[in-house]
Design a protein around this ligand. Structure first.
Ligand SMILES: [Zn+2]
Length: 119
């Protein structure tokens, strides 16, 4: 009886091979109580899925950084008035202190603050 089970083979629908039944994981929902793809293919699918998930996560992180950089650049290029209007629109309340830094060099006045609107 046990010998009969050990010699039994099953067709893996993923790698299209006939393999000994012990190369398949147990599955109580399957009519023959074994999973429809072999352990090797199950592991490969799990690896592929993990890789795809990791790639998707990386792509989402890249997009988020890009969006933040864009938003930061937009804010840095806005005038104090535009900045205040943006903060109001986002529901912020309170005091806003804007510090403007100028650099005097080579006979020129250079605005080195983030807010290029302050000249
Ligand atoms: Zn397989």
């Amino acid at each position: 009886m046990s010998e009969e089970i050990n010699t039994k083979e099953k067709f893996c629908t993923a790698c299209k091979r006939w393999l000994p039944i012990d190369k398949f994981s147990g599955d109580k929902h399957s009519p023959d109580l074994h999973y429809y793809i072999c352990k090797e293919c199950t592991n490969q699918r799990a690896r592929d899925l993990r890789r795809k998930k990791a790639e998707k996560k990386k792509e989402l992180e890249r997009q988020e950084i890009e969006q933040r950089t864009e938003a930061k650049t937009k804010l840095n290029q806005s005038t104090p008035r535009e900045l205040m209007e943006e903060l109001l629109a986002r529901g912020f309340e309170g005091e806003l202190t804007i510090i403007t830094t100028f650099k005097l060099a080579n006979g020129q006045i250079i605005n080195t603050s983030n807010f290029k609107g302050l000249k």
